[in-house]
Design a protein around this ligand. Structure first.
Ligand code: HAM
Length: 439
């Protein structure tokens, strides 16, 4: 029996992987401009890290984690998200002693045992950013600005940032109680899960996707009415900074997020074209998390974007920018020319040319089919006559024209490229003559 991949765990095949790499390059470039540094953390952590940070009563910890007991009896878990691990590393390596503010980003696979569907996998990938060491509203605005610019840099243009403030340890307990009381009066209409959560974590009710619960909770009290003055001021300042910088957002007074570590600023990003799983990213402030993981009282804020969902939301325009095709395809005819083109390809590749190589064991016709599939605009054919004159015949794949023995073997990659470009611009017999003359 053939062995298949595990449900919810996907391969990324060539073609698609180029889009992944493209996305990562764009993101890295932007992270660098915002002066964020990469952190690479393990995929496996101690289970208690997630239980303590994300929260015992969240869906993630209650039912979605891949946990196992290691041979020495330690309970380990495949990370369901990146923030907990980043904070664990921050504490473990005392990064606050090395720099007052840490601005970190990461890429990588995350694991949640959810029901797979479009845009929802069990192994998915995030790109995330975390800032530790600042609690002023300006950094909240800067992080949201980064999130906004990151989506644009990745050619995702149709998205909405939904913004809320969840209050803090000061004012949230009263809100929590108000939501609990509201839920209690409608207990019979709630799903089993929500009835269970009512005592332990009533704010989770606001996140329930069951339609009857969602409809009911749309009328629930909002946090805004409970904000203490410092939370109110903080949120007003974040909004003002965003308005000033013309970063668009909408207020979403009932966003609570699916993880328990958030305080104050919290947000989600919805993108078009994703279907039911339309949250492409989310994040917020998590003052208190570092301390709860036995570090100092350092505030934090960050976000993560789902890479698979970003790829679903990308325009097709991106494929054109990928420029996957080789610049030339070298087609050897016969064993002797094969040895020659191998050397040519080696030299030109080292000089920066993108070269694909055919195999002499295949007919010219079959090599041409292969070249066509590769998308190379030019094929350089090397047969006996070409070996003799030490110059390859060029076939212009687009215009279906041949230029016999036009590219000398001793040309540099730059000369080859220049000559081929001149064919592209003036692909007429005169143009070719011009190219001949300038050789
Ligand atoms: P999150 O909202 O749980 O936040 O996940 C962020 C993003 O990861 C989601 O918006 C979604 O695009 C993607 N995602 C989550 N689950 C799946 C899945 N099963 N399949 C595909 N994509 C998925 C966090 O993880 C926080 N750590 C974000 C954060 C960073 N907050 C502060 N700093």
């Amino acid at each position: 029996m053939k062995i298949a991949s595990v449900k919810g765990f996907h391969d990324v095949l060539p073609g698609d992987s180029a889009r992944w790499a493209w996305l990562e390059t764009r993101a890295r470039d932007l992270f660098a401009r915002y002066h964020f540094a990469e952190i690479r953390i393990p995929i496996v952590e101690r289970t208690e890290l997630f239980a303590r940070s994300i929260g015992d009563t969240t869906d993630i910890v209650e039912k979605e984690m891949y946990s196992f007991v290691d041979r020495d009896g330690t309970s380990l878990t495949l990370r369901p998200e990146g923030t907990a691990g980043v904070v664990r590393a921050y504490v473990e390596h005392a990064l606050w002693q090395k720099e007052p503010v840490s601005k970190l980003f990461y890429f990588g696979p995350m694991f949640r045992r959810e029901r797979p569907q479009k845009g929802r996998l069990r192994q998915f990938h995030q790109m995330g950013a975390e800032v530790l060491g600042r609690d002023d509203p300006a950094i909240d605005a800067e992080v949201l600005m980064l999130l906004h610019d990151l989506l644009l840099a990745c050619e995702i243009h149709h998205f909405t940032i939904e913004l809320n403030s969840l209050g803090d340890a000061n004012c949230r307990p009263a809100y929590r109680e108000a939501v609990r009381a509201y839920g209690e009066t409608h207990r019979s209409q709630l799903c089993d899960n929500c009835q269970r959560r009512l005592e332990r974590n009533p704010l989770r009710l606001l996140d329930c996707k069951v339609p009857t619960c969602a409809a009911l909770m749309a009328q629930a009290p909002v946090m805004e009415a409970f904000w203490c003055s410092s939370c109110r001021e903080h949120f007003a300042a974040v909004r003002q900074a965003l308005d000033h910088a013309r970063i668009p957002y909408v207020l979403a007074p009932r966003i609570v997020r699916g993880l328990d570590y958030y305080v104050r600023t919290a947000f989600e990003v919805k993108a078009e074209g994703l279907g039911a799983q339309n949250a492409v990213g989310g994040g917020g402030r998590y003052d208190g998390l570092v301390k709860s993981l036995d570090g100092p009282d350092v505030p934090g804020i960050g976000f993560a974007l789902g890479v698979e969902r970003m790829l679903l939301a990308l325009g097709i325009a991106v494929d054109e920018q990928l420029a996957l095709a080789p610049e030339i395809f070298l087609a050897p005819l016969g064993a002797e020319s094969e040895a020659h083109v191998l050397v040519l390809a080696h030299r030109w590749r080292n000089e920066g040319l993108k070269v694909e190589l055919g195999a002499a064991a295949r007919s010219l016709k079959s090599q041409m089919r292969q070249a066509d599939k590769s998308g190379a605009p030019f094929v350089l054919i090397v047969g006996e006559a070409e070996l003799e004159s030490r110059a390859a015949t060029v076939r212009d794949m687009l215009r279906k024209r041949d230029y016999p023995r036009a590219v000398a073997f001793d040309w540099s990659a730059g000369q080859v490229r220049q000559y081929l470009a001149s064919l592209g611009e003036v692909a007429t017999p005169q143009g070719h003559a011009l190219a001949e003359r300038t050789r």
